[in-house]
Design a binder for this molecule. Structure first.
Ligand SMILES: Nc1ncnc2c1ncn2[C@@H]1O[C@H](COP(=O)(O)OP(=O)(O)OP(=O)(O)O)[C@@H](O)[C@H]1O
Ligand SMILES: [Mg+2]
Length: 214
């Protein structure tokens, strides 16, 4: 995780943040999906770092929602207790307001709705209960950018179900694991979705040092 303002890796997420916010602001969009073709490309790392980067802006705030009911990892990556979380809300055990956690990491503050594992991920993602939860999130956190960490696109129908309920998406490709045909297959599912960027993650090419950055 890159959470200091001087962090070497943080500046790439700041560049992504600024491009994403410019495009979302233009359209008054609020809900951003983060997905990838297959597993392990870096969706959760990207979603968490982007959320931290946005939360560094004094006039911006973020809600990060772990909607990967297969392999939730946001709680683990941010070092917070992810008991219950999304599934508690979906199954009616907790109201959204008590499932959402305030998280402070270094100088960053943001809200997080941690994930939980469900063997019915596909059914939950397509459900009216999920649609209602997303409506409530949209209404109750109107002033915040909401980032959804999702499962991979090509390993089930979870993402296809949820994309029409979001405003825009980021597609994270993993260098060495994502193929061109994976991306083409994703494009077919993304025809009606605004894909703000395709992120080439895990590149091993070193970027040169620049001004005060090293
Ligand atoms: N930019 C990066 N540089 C180095 N390691 C990375 C980077 N992005 C991700 N990783 C590593 O790759 C692994 C997978 O990352 P991550 O969990 O974010 O992927 P994911 O797409 O969310 O996976 P899953 O499909 O299981 O949800 C982790 O060990 C993570 O630390
Ligand atoms: Mg993940």
């Amino acid at each position: 995780m890159a959470f200091g303002t001087s962090s070497q890796h943080g500046r790439y997420y700041d560049m992504l943040r600024t491009q994403v916010l410019q495009e979302m602001d233009k359209k008054s969009w609020q809900l951003l999906a983060v997905t990838s073709p297959t597993a392990g490309c870096g969706k959760t790392v990207t979603a968490c770092n982007l959320a931290l980067s946005i939360s560094r802006l004094p006039e911006r705030s973020v809600l990060l929602v772990d909607l990967d009911l297969r392999r939730p990892a946001v709680g683990n990556y941010l070092g917070i207790n992810g008991n219950g979380g999304v599934l508690d809300v979906l199954e009616g055990r907790a109201p959204l307001s008590s499932a959402v956690q305030q998280v402070s990491i270094g100088p960053n503050n943001m809200l997080v709705l941690p994930g939980s594992v469900s063997s019915n991920s596909s059914e939950w993602m397509a459900s009216q209960t999920m649609a209602a939860m997303l409506q409530t999130i949209k209404r109750d956190f109107r002033s915040r950018i909401v980032i959804f960490d999702l499962p991979p696109m090509l390993l089930g129908d979870d993402v296809i179900s949820i994309l029409p309920r979001t405003d825009a998406a980021l597609l994270v490709a993993g260098v060495g694991s994502t193929t061109v045909s994976d991306i083409k297959e994703c494009q077919r599912h993304l025809r009606r979705t605004a894909v703000l960027r395709v992120i080439v993650n895990k590149s091993t090419e070193a970027a040169g040092s620049y001004y005060g950055y090293y």
